[in-house]
Design a protein around this ligand. Sequence first.
Ligand SMILES: Nc1nc2c(c(=O)[nH]1)N[C@H]1C(S)=C(S)[C@@H](COP(=O)(O)O)O[C@H]1N2
Ligand SMILES: [Mo]
Length: 390
Amino acid sequence: MSTTRLSAGFPRRTLLARTAALALPALTLAQKPSSAPAKFPGLITRQKNPVNLESPPGALASFLTSAEAFYVRCHFDVPQLRPESHQIRVEGEVKDSFVISYDELRSLPSRTIPATLECAGNSRVFLVPQQRGVQWELGAVGTAEWTGVPLSALLERAGVNDGAVEVILEGADQGEPASDPKPPGKIAFARSVPLAKALRPEVLLAYRMNGQDLNPEHGFPVRAVVPGFYGMSSVKWLTGIRVVRERFQGYWQTTDYAYWGQTMGHPVRRPLHEMRIKSAITRPAAREMVRAGQPALVNGAAWTGDSDIRRVEISTDGGQNWAEARLLEPVHRFAWRRWEYEWRVPSRPGRAILMSRATDAVGSMQPDKPDPRFGSYAIHHILPVDVTIA
Ligand SMILES: Nc1nc2c(c(=O)[nH]1)N[C@H]1C(S)=C(S)[C@@H](COP(=O)(O)O)O[C@H]1N2
Ligand SMILES: [Mo]
C-alpha cells in the first residue's frame, strides 16, 4: 500500500491503524474507488405503507449502491406486474403510436450508464421548522448502473409531431395522494419530462439495475431513468409514454414536486426537474466520537444536475476555514463523486462542526441556507455535522 498518496502528511498505514483502534468499519480508508457494492447494510423504515425506505449513511461509501441497499420511494402500493404480458404504449403527438412488449424492449440496442437518483425530499429532516413529508436524512439518494433502451429510440420510431413540448411518463401504480389539496379518487403516478431532455441519450427505459433485472420495489419490469433530474421523474412500473403539445399540469407536477417560480412578478408553480448541487458527509456521522489529537478521515459523496463535480471543500470549524477534499472517482456525468479528507483532529476534547461544500463545472455551489421557494424540496444547502472530540 502506498504511503505517499496522502497530501496531508498522514501515512496511509497510520490512518488504517487508527481506524482499527476506533473500531470503525474499513469504509473507504482501505477502499479504492470500486464498483463492488458494500456489504448489505440494511434499510431504515421511514414509512411502512406505502413503503418508504432510506439507505443507511454507509451506503454512500461505495460508488454503486446495491439494489438491496438503494432507497425506496413509493407513493402507492408496489404493483405486481407480469413481465410476459407487460406492455408500454407510445402515443399522443406522434405520427405512429405503437405498443411495445417487455420482450421486444429487451431485444433492442441498450445502453448501460451509472446514474445517481436523489429524491427531491432527501434531507427534509434538517429543515427548521420541520416540514411535513417523509423525514429523510441523507439516504434518499443512491447510484446504480442502469441498463435500458434510450427513450429517444422509441420516440424516433413513433415520430414526434412538430409542436410537441413534453413527454408524460405514466406508471402502473395508483392510489390517493397523501397530502392536500388532492383530487378525488385514485390517481396514477405520472410525470412529464421536457421533450429536449426526453430526447437526450442518457434518458433510459431501464430494465436492469447493477446488472440484474429490476426488483419490484425499484420498478420491475421497466422504469424510466432520467439522469440529472430528481428521482420523481424516473417513473417506475412504466406503462405509458405520451407526447403532448401543452405543458402537463398533473398533480405530481404542480401540487407535489413543484416550487414557486416567477412570471411577470407573480409567483407561479413550476415543476422540479434538475437536481441541485449537493454533498453529504458519510463519516464521521452526527455525534460520532473522534479521537483528540489524531488523524481522522472525513468522507462522503457529491453530485449535481447536468454538470460535473469539480471541487469539494471541507470545514472542520463551523465554516470559518475551508480546505479541499480529494475527489476519488473519475468523472461520470450524472453519477456522484466520492471524496475524502484527512482531518487533524484538535487535541482538546469538545465539539467540532464539520461541513462539506461542493462546486461543479458550471460554477454552481451549495448555498448556506435553504431556498424558501422550494419549500420542503431540493434541500441542498450546507449541512453541518456535529462531532464529539474525546
Ligand atoms: N410509478 C412510480 N414511479 C416513481 C415513484 C412512485 O411512487 N411511483 N416515486 C418516484 C420518486 S419520488 C423517486 S425519488 C424515485 C425513487 O426510486 P427508487 O424507489 O427506485 O429509489 O422513483 C420515482 N418513480
Ligand atoms: Mo422522490
